[in-house]
Design a protein around this ligand. Structure first.
Ligand SMILES: [Zn+2]
Length: 285
């Protein structure tokens, strides 16, 4: 779809299944199962969307899914379905891996940056996108390099160290204008330096939310915070300010993980802590 002078295209690395309790944290199951019924193992389906942003001068990819480095055991643990397909999705859009100029990681959890790197024919870990500069927040990189007991399972060195060795990382210090049309804003809570990607062109605005709101319900109801969020009260305040901005500016919001809703516009309700999303068809799966 077009947004001013920019082309936006949703691509995907595929689907996986995750425990419903993780996605909804303290929200009782009796409430969240009204949003979506889990399967018999209490799991919910997740999409792994990435956003391809084609500006007049650059091709920018936001997040890279799980990638194909996981072992059979690890694939089973996160219930990955089928083959990883980010690269074939990009190829269908006419974009080979070497055509990507920039990769922006919202954060470095394994399901957002696993596709950053791959094994080459000699079994060596290399950047998946050979020409790309990878834009990562400084504090996120620090937290990923020095994980704690809680974050160790998802901050996997193989997803970012090979990029550093190849000299392909641009370390961002907070909010940064990446190009004329694209900027990142730090949106802490899920991690300390999680960032959303904002596209602005000809008076129109879009934002890729990453795990600020994995599903639309997380921004529709500010109090619904996943168990994964490192700083839940910070998440709520960040969501409050992003939601107000999105309503006021009529921002087209993109969602990384909901199985059906890829994008939509947010509207206010009579309750200050609740919003309503109207989904928009953006030609995505
Ligand atoms: Zn995450």
């Amino acid at each position: 779809m077009r947004l001013g002078s920019v082309n936006l295209r949703v691509v995907s690395d595929g689907t996986y299944w995750e425990d419903g309790g993780g996605l909804f944290g303290l929200v009782p199951k009796a409430l969240w199962e009204r949003v979506m019924q889990p399967d018999e193992r209490n799991r919910l389906p997740f999409q792994q969307r990435s956003l391809l942003i084609e500006t007049p001068t650059q091709r920018i990819l936001v997040d890279t899914g799980y990638g194909d480095k996981l072992s059979e055991k690890e694939r089973g643990f996160v219930s990955l379905e089928g083959e990883r397909r980010l690269l074939s999705d990009l190829e269908k859009a006419g974009i080979g891996a070497s055509a990507v100029d920039l990769v922006i990681n919202t954060h470095l959890h394994g399901d957002h940056c696993g596709g950053n790197t791959r094994y080459d024919r000699d079994g060596k870990l290399v950047p998946t996108f050979p020409r790309a500069t990878y834009c990562i927040q400084r504090l996120e990189l620090a937290d990923a390099h020095f994980p704690n007991e809680r974050t160790r399972g998802t901050y996997l060195q193989e997803n970012f160290e090979p990029l550093e060795r190849a000299g392909q990382v641009r370390v961002l210090w907070g909010d940064t204008q990446i190009s004329d049309e694209v900027r990142v804003m730090v949106t802490p809570g899920h991690t300390r330096a999680h960032q959303c990607v904002v596209v602005e062109s000809e008076g129109k605005t879009a934002a890729f939310l990453g795990d600020l709101a994995s599903w639309p319900i997380h921004i529709e109801r500010l109090a619904w915070v996943p168990a994964y969020d490192i700083e839940p009260m910070v998440s709520i305040e960040t969501k409050r300010s992003v939601a107000r901005w999105a309503v006021e500016k009529k921002v087209l919001l993109f969602f990384e993980h909901h199985p059906e809703v890829a994008a939509g516009y947010l509207f206010a309700t009579e309750r200050p802590d609740r919003f309503r999303l109207e989904p928009v068809e953006v030609g995505a799966q």
